[in-house]
Write a protein that binds this ligand. Structure first.
Ligand code: WT7
Length: 648
């Protein structure tokens, strides 16, 4: 049966930047015919202190790309100062606090002052161009000030999601060699207190950090270490509001952001200034069809790339009003998002399918209590959106009048690559539809042969660079090259599987490597496994994904007890190990199931047969394939039996 097609709404097409499928196709064709011309023109959307001389250079064999060579600019200038002449009093940032009804409007003028003061504080504490600064803050305006203050002086920010554990935070601080950390005494989310400063204290043991700036978010006094810890407010009050701008080369780093891969520790993805900013701002404008005056509400956290590109850099670089939401979709109840949409009169709303799946459970009533009349575009990001959820988003939240844009991209891509455009693209629920202008996806089979034509399924790669592409992994360019450019030489490999249907629509089918997408967050199975085996209750572990109604993918751990766990009952061992993973990585990595087993399915050469474990975790017992070659085929029976008792 053919997939149903939802046509773009005429009332959206009338005002859209890209206003029909034909127009999209023309722009797209021109962009791939002449990428240099296309991107050169596109780059004019940002303010250049010095124009660039060459549009781009690409050498995928060596994993090297550079954009807008020879140009000079500053991201904070583009996101703040540039708007002072005509919209200084316009709201740049609407902060939505955790407690319902808490709002703060920060104008571009105020943003400029706050960023300038903080930039001067950083300079006063020795931060120089190129130095890395760690930001471990909750969703408060200071998180945006901190990113922009770093950008202003040419420092490279490394935002660490405030849900990560002390150990994860320390790894990231050490890897990036940060000397300065910005944090808060405590965070507040869904009425719960998050002890951020205590986590920072634990993380800093044995690191080179010299300075910690502590913003007071709550009234709780926290211990401050003399000579290292400083009160944020006291520090900014001492500085003047104006801070001179450091003009950066296009290819000077703007930030690093850590993300999980299939092996090893999280990788610090490095994004640079010119290409990233052009790409974030261009995609923000066309994908959400943003127009001056529109309030953009992206409900992500700045700890992820979505927050970087579509709360801070993209919207502010376009002079937009952007929303920063401190709370959760269900605090104090399931009406919260829609209440905020009405209160701030948001035109654009952007969230992850996991949040929508959590909300659907409460039915339509909590949505219907709001007006949502201001909304025009509803975005989805981070994981495949189930067609039923897509329909609910479209029919109930958007009342059939709003465009739904299912945006596919990655931390490494800097911005959206595949997505419908609100005024142009006929949608099929569950498909991210077509590539944006200048983006060239290809599907390849396992031998690296390109699958041309339609109605094909393969691994998703990109040929040709785009400005937002990550440039390297901090301190490990070889790993960058290996991970993305060697599987299919000459192409960037995304790690995702994908189908291009008979009509040329792209359907992302999910990761084809050992990366889990848990509630739209990326986790390497290897990371969870090393957290488990670090505890002496665990002798050996294998972690795979399992279907989960809300999270999309849950974390399923097969564990062989360690000696130290002898004499403890199963429930206790499971609890201890669950806590162990939370402590090692953070709450987002909490295992959904720990199954204690006496052995793992291994080949005779000792390799764990993860394929079998994945099938078991998906309850696909009939698809285990040939298990006769295993060292101990009997363990499979035990594992299946153990899974059945849990899954029923
Ligand atoms: C992975 C990247 C992009 C910002 C948030 C996640 C999955 C992302 C979609 C989508 C299906 C998606 C992919 C991708 N993903 N968007 N619209 N449909 N899958 O960034 O943490 O770097 O994760 O998220 O598997 O590779 P990330």
């Amino acid at each position: 049966m053919a997939d149903p097609i939802i046509a773009p709404k005429p009332q959206l097409a009338r005002r859209a930047h890209i206003a029909s499928l034909e127009q999209y196709q023309q722009i797209y064709a021109a962009s791939v015919r002449d990428p240099r011309g296309f991107w050169r023109e596109c780059a004019a959307r940002v303010d250049w202190f010095h124009p660039f001389e060459r549009t781009f250079r690409q050498d995928f064999a060596n994993a090297e790309v550079s954009w807008f060579l020879g140009g000079k600019l500053n991201a904070a200038h583009n996101c703040v100062d540039r708007w002072l002449h005509d919209r200084a009093e316009q709201t740049a940032l609407i902060w939505v606090g955790d407690e319902p009804g808490t709002y703060r409007h920060i104008s571009f003028h105020e943003l400029h002052e706050n960023v300038g003061r903080l930039a001067n504080v950083l300079r006063a504490h020795g931060v120089q161009k190129g130095d890395r600064v760690c930001i471990y803050l909750p969703m408060i305006p200071e998180a945006a000030y901190a990113m922009l203050a770093c950008a202003r002086i040419g420092a490279v920010h490394s935002v660490v999601f405030a849900g990560f554990s002390a150990e994860s935070l320390r790894d990231r601080i050490v890897d990036a060699d940060c000397r300065v950390v910005l944090t808060a005494n405590e965070g507040l989310r869904g009425g719960k207190v998050i002890p951020l400063k205590a986590t920072v204290d634990a993380a800093l043991e044995g690191t080179a950090v010299t300075t910690v700036l502590v913003k007071r978010r709550t009234d709780t006094a926290v211990p401050m270490r003399a000579g290292r810890d400083l009160d944020y407010d006291e520090q900014v009050q001492r500085q003047r509001a104006y801070c001179p701008i450091e003009w950066m080369d296009s290819e000077d780093p703007l930030f690093v952001l850590y993300t999980s891969g299939s092996t090893g520790r999280p990788k610090g993805q490095l994004h640079t200034t010119g290409g990233y900013l052009v790409y974030a701002s261009y995609t923000h404008e066309i994908v959400f069809d943003w127009h001056r005056g529109d309030v953009h509400f992206c409900a992500a956290d700045v700890g992820w790339i979505t927050g970087h590109s579509y709360i801070v850099y993209g919207p502010l670089c376009n002079g937009a009003t952007t929303v920063m939401f401190e709370s959760t979709p269900v605090y104090p109840d399931a009406r919260r998002y829609w209440q905020v949409v009405d209160d701030v009169q948001a035109s654009i709303f952007y969230t992850a399918p996991t949040a929508l799946r959590a909300l659907v459970r409460f039915g339509d009533e909590p949505v219907r209590t709001s007006s949502r009349a201001s909304l025009r575009v509803l975005g989805s990001v981070g994981e495949p959106i189930n067609p039923e959820i897509w329909r609910w988003y479209h029919d109930v939240v958007g009342e059939g009048r709003c465009a739904v844009v299912d945006t596919w991209w990655q931390t490494e891509t800097g911005g959206i690559l595949i997505s419908p455009l609100p005024g142009a693209t006929p949608c099929k629920p569950g498909s991210a539809t077509f590539p944006l202008p200048g983006v060239r996806p290809v599907l390849v089979d396992e031998h690296g042969r390109e699958l041309t034509g339609n109605d094909v399924t393969g691994n998703l790669c990109l040929v040709g660079s785009w400005p937002g592409q990550a440039r390297t992994i901090l301190n490990d360019h070889e790993r960058f090259r290996q991970t993305y450019f060697t599987t299919y030489p000459g192409r960037y490999f995304t790690g995702d599987g994908c189908r291009r249907d008979a009509d040329g629509y792209y359907w992302i089918t999910g990761r084809v490597d050992d990366v889990l997408n848990v509630s739209g967050h990326r986790l390497g199975t290897a990371e969870v496994e090393s957290a488990l085996v670090a505890h002496d209750y665990c002798a050996e572990a294998a972690v795979v994904g399992c279907p989960h109604d809300v999270k999309g993918t849950g974390i399923y751990c097969f564990v062989i007890r360690g000696k130290a766990a002898e004499g403890h009952d199963d429930a206790e061992v499971e609890d201890v190990l669950r806590q162990q993973v939370r402590d090692a990585i953070g709450a987002i990595a909490t295992p959904d199931r720990i199954q204690l087993v006496s052995g793992l399915p291994k080949t005779r050469s000792g390799k764990i047969m993860r394929r079998i474990l994945r099938k078991v975790a998906e309850s696909r017992y009939d698809e285990l394939g040939d298990i006769s070659t295993l060292a101990e085929p009997a363990v499979v029976e035990e594992i299946v039996a153990g899974h059945k008792t849990w899954a029923k």
